[in-house]
Design a protein around this ligand. Structure first.
Ligand SMILES: *[C@@H]1O[C@H](CO)[C@@H](O)[C@H](O)[C@H]1NC(C)=O
Ligand SMILES: *[C@@H]1O[C@H](CO)[C@@H](O)[C@H](O)[C@H]1NC(C)=O
Ligand SMILES: *[C@@H]1O[C@H](CO)[C@@H](O)[C@H](O)[C@H]1NC(C)=O
Ligand SMILES: *[C@@H]1O[C@H](CO)[C@@H](O)[C@H](O)[C@H]1NC(C)=O
Ligand SMILES: *[C@@H]1O[C@H](CO)[C@@H](O)[C@H](O)[C@H]1NC(C)=O
Ligand SMILES: *[C@@H]1O[C@H](CO)[C@@H](O)[C@H](O)[C@H]1NC(C)=O
Ligand SMILES: *[C@@H]1O[C@H](CO)[C@@H](O)[C@H](O)[C@H]1NC(C)=O
Length: 534
């Protein structure tokens, strides 16, 4: 037999021998200790001894590397090193006959790796989550159990079976599991063998759970039609989602991403965007609101029609015309619109309408309106345009505006009206024939006799002038005339008499004075004969 073949067959042989060996008690050979538990790769010592004082043979049979470290007459101590696996040792001795004793070496080792399989990045609330733990190595397996934990809570405890051992547990994900750390722990319990409890923990894995209602978001305040260049608002909201802060909202119009302002509430999210319709987007467009959470997406869509609708053009052949001129009013809308000119819808239905008129003074300041109607997605939209016509006329000063004959009672309260018309506005002036005194237009209080007379009124504008005569008759007082005459006569008489008396008196005084002066002069002449010539 080749030595290596013997070596290979030896463990099995030793185990068989050990099983056949008689129990201790009357044993001739003994081994101490008979049970050893040691870490893998560790070393231990065994003492083989014989019952007789001087055995002819004493030794240890093992495939492990051994070294005799001490001995007595009937004993030997061997050191076994680098023990990698469980094995059986056999001590033998020969006293009168050969005998044997066996010892068991049990190797223990903590697992080489404990790993919790990756969790799904997002786990829907209410759905089953399977945790998987893989354990490589670790012995003795009978003493090794695998635990799955949520935080500190033990979810499952199972023996480690197979190599590698795989352990699974299923839990239903809850909102409270969001952010929870799951881990896998192995326990190698060697306490029954007088050793300790060895624990190994996997790297923790954090779970993210989410809830997204399948009903989808609500698209609100979206107008059905938007004019090119006009701004409209789009808003979208969704309730009952978890965790709301993690939710994303996207708003799109016709595939164009809108710049949305997103706000998160408790279990709710909403987004708002304002959008301007562009010419390229003219037509029916889809508005999409998508809410993304976890690995899922829900969306709502609505249709919006982008339209362009230029206001109709309203033109007057001339904005300012002379009275009696023909004016053409033209209302022109964009193709596809229906116009209404000055309240009259075009018939047959058309984007054009025309109106001809002979401008009269009454048409000055008249406003023409042109309204165009466009059908967009079932809605009738309108746009208007107005123009004002100015008619040049006048000046006009006729009986209606300036009465030719006024007859008033003297002293009564009257108002004199005279107005000239025209565009441009004429200037009016009225003067009395002869004196040129102005006509007292406006309130007269009271009417005086001197107002009576014939006046000539002239209305002048850039378009010419017209004149008109105005007569004012003032009827004098009837009853008080006699009294006035008497009073005036009396005053005149009294005045005349008074004046006469005064004049006579004064003449008399002057005569007397002159006489006196003459007498004085005569006296001086007598005293001074050579008077100077002054
Ligand atoms: C080995 O065992 C024998 C018999 O039990 C004993 O007499 C001896 O002292 C032991 N040797 C050692 C080193 O313990
Ligand atoms: C899970 O672990 C992470 C880091 O490892 C920690 O920040 C977090 O607080 C833990 N979560 C819980 C619920 O303990
Ligand atoms: C397992 O735990 C032991 C201590 O209990 C440690 O020495 C060993 O390195 C651990 N094994 C792994 C794979 O982490
Ligand atoms: C417009 O009306 C005026 C007065 O009614 C008339 O004299 C004139 O001929 C008319 N002009 C036209 C173009 O019909
Ligand atoms: C109105 O007039 C402008 C300028 O003449 C023109 O560009 C526009 O197309 C017209 N609009 C319609 C509705 O005809
Ligand atoms: C436009 O005109 C129509 C009638 O012609 C009127 O009902 C509507 O109110 C007007 N719209 C505007 C904005 O002026
Ligand atoms: C004004 O009345 C007088 C008589 O009262 C009449 O003779 C004259 O013709 C009238 N003038 C006008 C302009 O009506």
């Amino acid at each position: 037999m080749a030595p290596d073949r013997v070596r290979r067959a030896l463990p099995a042989l030793l185990a068989l021998l050990a099983a056949l060996l008689p129990g201790p008690g009357d044993a001739q050979t003994s081994v101490f200790p008979s049970e050893v538990t040691l870490p893998r790769g560790g070393s231990t010592r065994v003492n083989c001894s014989a019952a007789c004082a001087e055995p002819s043979k004493l030794g240890l049979e093992t495939q492990l590397s051994k070294e005799e470290v001490a001995h007595g007459d009937n004993w030997k101590v061997f050191e076994l090193s680098d023990v990698q696996e469980d094995s059986t040792l056999i001590c033998f001795s020969d006293c009168e006959s050969q005998s044997m004793a066996s010892a068991r070496l049990t190797v223990y080792a903590t697992p080489d790796s404990v790993e919790l399989a990756p969790l799904p990045p997002w786990q829907p609330v209410g759905e089953d989550l399977t945790l998987r733990c893989r354990v490589v190595g670790g012995q003795p397996r009978a003493q090794l159990s695998v635990l799955l934990l949520r935080g500190e809570e033990e979810l499952s405890r199972q023996p480690a079976l197979g190599e590698p051992a795989e352990v699974t547990a299923t839990v239903q994900a809850d909102r409270s599991d969001h952010g929870a750390n799951f881990s896998c722990v192995t326990e190698l319990d060697l306490r029954p063998l007088g050793l300790e409890l060895f624990k190994n923990v996997s790297a923790p894995r954090q779970l993210q759970t989410f809830e997204l209602p399948v009903t989808g978001p609500q698209l609100a305040a979206t107008p059905a039609v938007v004019e090119v260049g006009a701004q409209c608002h789009v808003s979208c909201s969704l309730d009952g989602l978890f965790p709301a802060p993690e939710a994303q909202v996207q708003l799109e119009l016709g595939g164009r991403k809108l710049d949305a302002t997103v706000s998160h509430g408790k279990d709710a999210v909403s987004a708002m965007a304002s959008v301007r319709g562009t010419a390229e987007e003219e037509g029916a467009q889809q508005v999409v609101c998508a809410v993304l959470l976890g690995n899922r997406r829900v969306e709502a869509t609505a249709e919006v029609t982008v339209y362009s609708f230029p206001a109709p053009n309203l033109t007057l052949s001339e904005p300012e015309v002379s009275e009696g001129t023909e004016v053409v009013v033209q209302c022109e809308g964009h193709d596809g619109t229906r116009v209404t000119l000055d309240g009259t819808p075009a018939w047959p239905v058309s984007a054009r309408a025309q109106l001809r008129l002979n401008a009269s003074a009454e048409d000055n300041g008249r406003r023409f309106s042109c309204s165009a109607a466009l059908d967009v997605a079932g809605q009738v939209l309108r746009k208007n345009q107005t123009r004002e016509l100015r008619v040049l006329y006048g000046p006009r000063l006729d009986e209606r505006d300036c009465l030719g004959n006024w007859t008033w009672q003297e002293g009564s309260q009257q108002t004199l009206r005279c107005e000239a018309w025209g565009n441009p506005r004429p200037e009016l002036s009225c003067r009395r024939e002869g004196t040129g005194a102005p006509l007292p237009i406006g309130e007269l209080r009271p009417v005086q006799r001197q107002f009576a007379g014939t006046y000539l009124c002239r209305a002048v504008s850039s378009r010419g002038e017209v004149t008109r005569e105005v007569f004012i008759h003032v009827l004098p007082y009837k009853h008080s005339n006699v009294v006035i005459i008497i009073v005036v006569a009396a005053v005149v008489l009294l005045g005349t008499w008074g004046t006469a008396a005064y004049v006579y008196n004064r003449q008399r005084k002057i005569k007397k004075y002159k006489l006196q002066k003459a007498q004085e002069a005569a006296t001086v002449k007598l005293n001074t004969p050579q008077a100077s010539p002054s």
